[in-house]
Design a binder for this molecule. Structure first.
Ligand SMILES: C[S@@+](CC[C@H](N)C(=O)[O-])C[C@H]1O[C@@H](n2cnc3c(N)ncnc32)[C@H](O)[C@@H]1O
Length: 242
């Protein structure tokens, strides 16, 4: 029997990845100003590099890196997300992209096998797991290569609707993004910079059925009351040269 689709999954990203991967894909497949790759390519050299995209999801990040790199390997734990990426790859016919099942916590690649280890909004919440992922990303990266982690900046969960979603009180405590920031900078010596990106949806309904579906009823009410059609994200890029 088919389950009835809820109006929102209220921030349950595990449910999103497993049961509604097509909603995730619709959420990210919109015009972005700038795209993450346009910012990264101004800071890092991709040419002739083997790039690992950790937590590649439905492929949005992986496909962005493809035109600039020698080879891109997408690593993704959730079969249903990876299935969408593989379907898209068949249509796009890119011969330098591949996807594999696997976890950031035990990367199925040899030591020093890639030039760049990248993760774009990889969701890890437990401190020990964040450290394990960083150690693994460093292990598989060649000497002189770079480890790059692009996450949402601290206190910016949900983009410019952070306060609407979390409430004012919650955004004064250290959040998940803050934990990642502290570990990367204080324990591993990563450098960082922030940037903003505007994501355009073509209608209020499109924003509600993607972003609203994920971020919950408070977000949906706000979007509808204010006739919103876009979201601005603040990202934090952590990077470390090995
Ligand atoms: C927010 S999505 C980002 C997807 C993609 N990087 C993008 O920019 O659209 C996070 C992805 O990381 C995957 N993921 C979560 N934990 C993981 C882990 N331990 N190892 C590998 N992938 C993981 C999720 O299944 C999901 O597809």
């Amino acid at each position: 029997m088919n389950k009835v689709k809820p109006i929102s999954i209220e921030n349950r990203w595990d449910i999103l990845y497993e049961s509604y991967p097509e909603v995730y894909d619709a959420f990210v497949s919109v015009p972005k100003h700038p795209k993450i790759i346009d910012v990264l390519k101004d800071h890092f050299k991709f040419n002739d590099k083997i790039v690992l995209d950790i937590g590649s999801g439905s492929g949005d990040s992986t496909f962005q890196f493809s035109p600039l790199s020698k080879e891109v390997i997408g690593l993704e734990i959730e079969d249903n997300m990876r299935f969408i990426a593989e379907q898209k790859l068949k249509e796009l016919k890119l011969n330098n992209v591949s996807f594999r099942k696997g976890t950031a916590l035990e990367i199925s690649l040899g030591d020093e096998s890639v030039d760049m280890s990248l993760a774009i909004t990889l969701p890890l919440f437990i401190e020990s797991e964040i450290r394990t992922y960083i150690n693994e990303a460093i292990r598989v990266t060649k000497k002189g290569g770079v480890i790059i982690n692009v996450g949402i900046a601290p206190f910016c969960y949900g983009g410019d609707l952070a306060e609407v979603i979390l409430g004012e009180s919650k955004i004064t405590e250290e959040d998940t993004e803050g934990v990642v920031d502290r570990i990367m900078r204080d324990e591993y010596g990563f450098s960082y910079f922030d940037f903003q990106s505007l994501w355009n949806y073509d209608s209020v309904e499109h924003l509600v059925s993607t972003y609203g579906f994920i971020f919950g009823s408070k977000a949906i009410d706000y979007i509808q009351k204010n006739n919103l059609k876009d979201i601005t994200w603040t990202y934090r890029v952590h990077y470390l040269v090995k």
